[in-house]
Design a protein around this ligand. Structure first.
Ligand code: NIG
Ligand code: FE
Length: 381
């Protein structure tokens, strides 16, 4: 294994509990792993040196929630929303038609393009869901496509009940043949627990079937209105519950006492004109808060975590440092991972170099492509 020392780092964000943000620091990569961080003057000798030119180095973003496997887009629906129409999850069925009509090659090429787009914006780990196939064959192939790009694949057969199906028979399909076909390609199972999609009892049934097939659970919940999803996720001890826009005090208490990560997806509120989730209230209650893109063709077609960070700081009460942590270390926690999302010795050397002297610029300079380099497992991509 060869070692490389990154020198002349303007600011180094490691999330080391003792000193999470360092100046005048160096970082040594050994193969694909972080071997050492500390004051530049104390850096051990390495086989090669790389001058970062005074730029900030941060952990690569961990995007714990995306729906990248889909055909077509819904730009017209977005334009209509901006002109006053409200968001409807019924639009998911439009994308289901386009996804079923796409070939495996088209779906794969499309995911490759979006993953590359994410990479260029500093994302180094991404979770990808199915959920636009909604038949046994289309869910299985969606996950097989996703699996080519990440180990963090999620079976979301329970996205909505597809056209022509009855809810009860569809839940039986999802928990039976569809789960059997999906499970070999998936690590997680997810349910859209929301009025108009699946209720709390259905979500419980689907998550139990997933657990029996070896999949870990996560939930979409409390996105469009209050509901049972957040409390169910906490009761079941799920790793993460995502959206969390409409929360009452009992939901916040349940999150604070369960350790379940609340993943906020501000791109959705931006693109649907829903109220912002209250990150400050959650953080003040002691809830672990992650930020993710939710990149999908309907409610939010952004792949940019810097954009999500800017919204979280501007409108959701997070400090720039809290927002960066939410998009890195806590995003990793939302995937039950501690090998990514931080730059401490032993972690994977996944990092982003910013064309800025500090991470504060991520929120301070919204819309500006500040990520100039993305490194994956110790290699510049
Ligand atoms: O996370 N909430 C459900 N699913 C997606 C939206 C899907 C769509 O509109 O196509 C979401 O927002
Ligand atoms: Fe989603």
């Amino acid at each position: 294994m060869s070692t490389t020392v990154l020198t002349n780092i303007g600011e180094l964000v490691t999330w080391d509990p003792g000193q999470p943000v360092l100046t005048g620091a160096a970082l040594v990569v050994d193969g694909g792993t972080v071997a050492w961080t500390g004051p530049a003057a104390d850096a051990p000798a390495a086989d090669a040196a790389y001058d970062v030119g005074g730029r900030a180095v941060i952990p690569g973003f961990v995007d714990s929630h995306s729906h990248l496997v889909f055909g077509g887009d819904r730009a017209e629906e977005f334009a209509a929303r901006m002109a006053g129409q409200s968001y409807s999850a019924g639009g998911i069925r439009t994308t289901v038609r386009a996804t079923r009509a796409a070939s495996d090659e088209q779906l794969t090429a499309h995911v490759a393009r979006l993953v590359d787009e994410m990479r260029r914006q500093g994302t180094t780990t991404v979770e990808i869901k199915s959920g636009y196939g909604l038949s046994v064959a289309d869910e299985a192939r969606s996950l097989a496509v996703a699996r080519q790009f990440t180990e963090e694949t999620t079976f979301l057969g329970a996205h909505v009940v597809p056209e022509g199906s009855e809810p009860e028979e569809y839940v039986a399909l999802v928990t039976g043949p569809m789960l059997a076909a999906a499970a070999p390609h998936a690590r997680w199972i997810d349910v859209f627990c929301e009025r108009g999609a699946f209720d709390g009892d259905q979500a419980r049934t689907i998550l139990a079937a997933g657990a029996a097939a070896g999949l870990r659970g996560r939930l979409h919940a409390n996105q469009l209105g209050p509901g049972p999803g957040v409390r169910l996720a906490c009761e079941l001890g799920l790793t993460a519950v995502d959206h969390c826009t409409y929360l009452d005090d009992a939901d916040v208490d349940a999150l604070a006492s369960s350790g379940t990560v609340a993943t906020l997806l501000p791109g959705v509120e931006f693109s649907t004109r829903q109220p912002w989730p209250d990150a400050r209230r959650l953080l003040d209650a002691g809830v672990r808060v992650a930020l993710a893109s939710d990149c999908n063709p309907g409610s939010c077609y952004t792949s940019s975590l810097p954009f999500c960070i800017a919204m979280a700081v501007r409108d959701m009460g997070m400090t720039p440092t809290e927002a960066l942590r939410a998009a890195t270390e806590t995003g990793a926690a939302a995937l039950d991972r501690d090998d990514v999302g931080r730059l401490t010795p032993g972690a994977r050397a996944d990092l982003a170099v910013l064309d800025a002297p500090s991470h504060l610029h991520l929120a301070y300079r919204p819309g500006v492509p500040l990520v100039t380099e993305t490194w994956l497992a110790g290699r510049r991509t």
